[in-house]
Write a protein that binds this ligand. Structure first.
Ligand code: ADP
Ligand code: MG
Length: 365
């Protein structure tokens, strides 16, 4: 009993600055007792859905202290509601998310980040190595320097030197390679990729924040991929990089054939630059490319062979019947057919449009 009191004291001191609920404190205490952590420090980041804290482990063998990062998902809020769309439809989460149970939902979410990080790490993609997961608390490798300063987000990174332009271009190419590898080796689409979820240090990009990343087989995976491509393309364009067409990037990432390792990945991207026919040399050409990007962004992408088959069935049927009817009779018959086909083709309203509830309440951090 007394021991318990003392241990609790220790945890209280180790976590004293932080406003954490009792359950979270108990989880951290347990980790401290098991020698996984020694101290939990201040917040590196406070977000809507999670806070990230710095922590230190003093190894028992007198070796140098090791930095850690702890991502603690917030359990007391409803902001997770829209996350359902990422979980539903993915085979790893067949049961779907139980909206009624926040704690369970948050645990599921932390688990998803942990597993996705493990996949990235196993595939050799630079990211924080996931170390320990307990309910909504995830301990991972700290990405930062020895003094405990986290690497900046790409958004905040200051690149310097005479070859700054080349550096930006190389980072763009590096990122395309990472995205292809993520897709082909990890079978994942990040689904929230932007300059905010990439850390930068010494010419290297680190991918973070993968709790919402989805499998290939998620019904909206390719839509999310297109969104990721749009975000990063916009960012690198603003940084002055001569970027590839979004459609070409999409094909590069999803093509079955091709390399998944550096340096072959970068070489493959360079090859795309060489063979591209869409170099915008004039303003009009640039505008035309932007139109093509826009068309591409809005294009319907079939997610499975079955869907391709369904679309072709839908397209073929009326056309074939039209041809047949034209052979038999005159244009009027055909026209009637088109009209009646139009009436009959009511596409069911889209199953879930997450916009029903804008009013989420948040608990202050
Ligand atoms: P959120 O869901 O709140 O966006 P992120 O996973 O993006 O959470 O992390 C938020 C911030 O915390 C990041 O922008 C980064 O600055 C910092 N961070 C996250 N993980 C690490 C890590 N392993 N090492 C260092 N800093 C990190
Ligand atoms: Mg983030």
């Amino acid at each position: 009993k007394q021991d318990h009191g003392r241990e609790k004291d220790k945890a209280d001191r180790a976590t004293s600055e932080l406003v954490l609920d009792q359950r979270t404190r108990m989880i951290l205490l347990q980790m401290i007792n098991r020698g996984l952590l020694s101290e939990v420090h201040g917040a590196i980041s406070t977000g809507k859905e999670a806070n990230v804290y710095g922590a230190v482990l003093f190894p028992t063998d007198e070796s140098a202290p090791v930095q850690r990062a702890i991502k603690i998902y917030k359990t007391a809020i409803l902001v997770f509601k829209d996350r359902e769309r990422y979980i539903t439809g993915e085979h790893r989460f067949k049961a779907g998310a139980d909206k009624g149970n926040n704690r369970k939902m948050v645990k599921l979410w932390a688990e998803k980040e942990f597993r996705n990080l493990r996949r990235l790490h196993a595939a050799g993609i630079a990211c924080p190595e996931p170390l320990v997961l307990k309910l909504h608390v995830l301990v991972m490798e700290f990405l930062g320097d020895r003094r405990g300063y986290a690497f900046p987000r790409l958004r905040d990174a200051r690149l310097t030197g005479e070859d700054v332009e080349d550096q930006w271009r190389n980072l763009y190419i590096q990122l395309l390679g990472i995205m292809r590898r993520l897709y082909q080796v990890c079978s994942l689409v990040h689904a929230d990729l932007s300059e905010y979820n990439i850390l930068y240090n010494d010419k290297q990009l680190y991918i973070i924040d993968v709790s919402q990343s989805v499998e290939h087989d998620h019904p909206r995976a390719l839509e999310f991929l297109r969104m990721d491509i749009k975000n990063i393309s916009g960012y690198f364009r603003r940084e002055g990089v001569n970027i590839l067409a979004e459609r070409a990037v999409f094909n590069f990432i999803t093509a079955r054939e091709g390399p998944v390792q550096e340096p072959a990945l970068s070489q493959a991207v360079e090859h795309l630059y060489e063979i591209r026919t869409d170099v915008p040399e004039t303003d009009e050409a640039a505008a035309a490319q932007e139109v093509d990007n826009e068309v591409f962004r809005n294009q319907y992408i079939p997610q499975s062979l079955q869907e391709v088959y369904d679309i072709e069935k839908d397209i073929d049927r009326p056309v074939n019947e039209l041809v047949y009817k034209n052979m038999l009779a005159d244009q009027v018959v055909a026209k009637e057919h088109v009209e009646s086909a139009d009436e009959g083709s009511e596409d069911g309203s889209s199953p879930s449009d997450d916009s029903e509830d804008e009013s989420r309440f948040e608990k202050g951090t």
